[in-house]
Ligand binder design. Sequence first.
Ligand code: PSU
Ligand code: MN
Length: 302
Amino acid sequence: MSTQVSEEVREALHEGRPVVALESTIIAHGLPRPRNLKVAQELEDLVREGGAVPATIAVLDGVARVGLDPAALARIAEDPSVRKLGQRDLAPALAAGVSGATTVSATTWLADAVGIRIFATGGLGGVHREWAETQDESADLRLLAQVGVTVVCAGVKSILDVPATLQRLETLGVTVVGYGTDMFPGFYLSSSGEGVDWTVRTPAGVAALMRAQDELGGPCAALVVGNPVPRERQLDPALHDRVLAAGLAAAREKSITGQAVTPFLLEYLTVHTEGASLEANLAAVRGNVLLAARVAAAYHGG
Ligand code: PSU
Ligand code: MN
């Protein structure tokens, strides 16, 4: 395939060393500039600290790239013309020769295509709260039902309908485990208030689960590892509920729809919590990236 894999990632995959895929939409559309570039670099460093090779994924000038050099990472973070690409947008972006940041759906799909098994992000997309009116359900869910990637995340974004999203994940056959918790994490919050059926407590435990998937004939759907933001780093739940309610009302009033909904709400929360939601989001992402690297090391190492 014409996907361009960086030399470092290609060698690591060839030698069976641990690799962690990272998405780029969180960088281009989920975090404010100029902090986003620093975070992008920091996340790659964290993967290395955890004992794996980082593979940030994006489309640049019509080429799908796995593993970005510093100049490419800077373009994703700084160039305002970089689009948001779900999996269905990959072909049009390649054909038009444009650049775009990949969401969970596009990133997991490309990661799987080049043989990367582990992926880390902040919070998954899912079923939106106004689903009955808009039918807005992130393409992330359908892709998670199709690719056997292990996704380390802090749950699904709390701007969503969490119980409905968990229900969809069950229907789609996506395995969900809590990491060190029997509650499904709540993205900005340590708990969503919803329970999970399975709990895993160590990177080796996640690796053992992945090997069990392999023994069963290879995973045909993703494994979602819900890793909560540490309680002392979570957003104050009362502040979260208040600002989110205002943000959802603002999105409705401004008729924000489609791909714009998630970036709008994330930014609204950052502004109206005076940066507190951003800090919680970053704490969650950092924890997920480090855990994903340790899982990759455990899976490939032993
Ligand atoms: N996690 C974050 N910030 C983000 C996202 C995830 O902490 O911005 C992105 C992911 O790329 C995810 C996307 O796939 O939000 C979901 O967008 P939508 O709801 O439009 O499918
Ligand atoms: Mn959507």
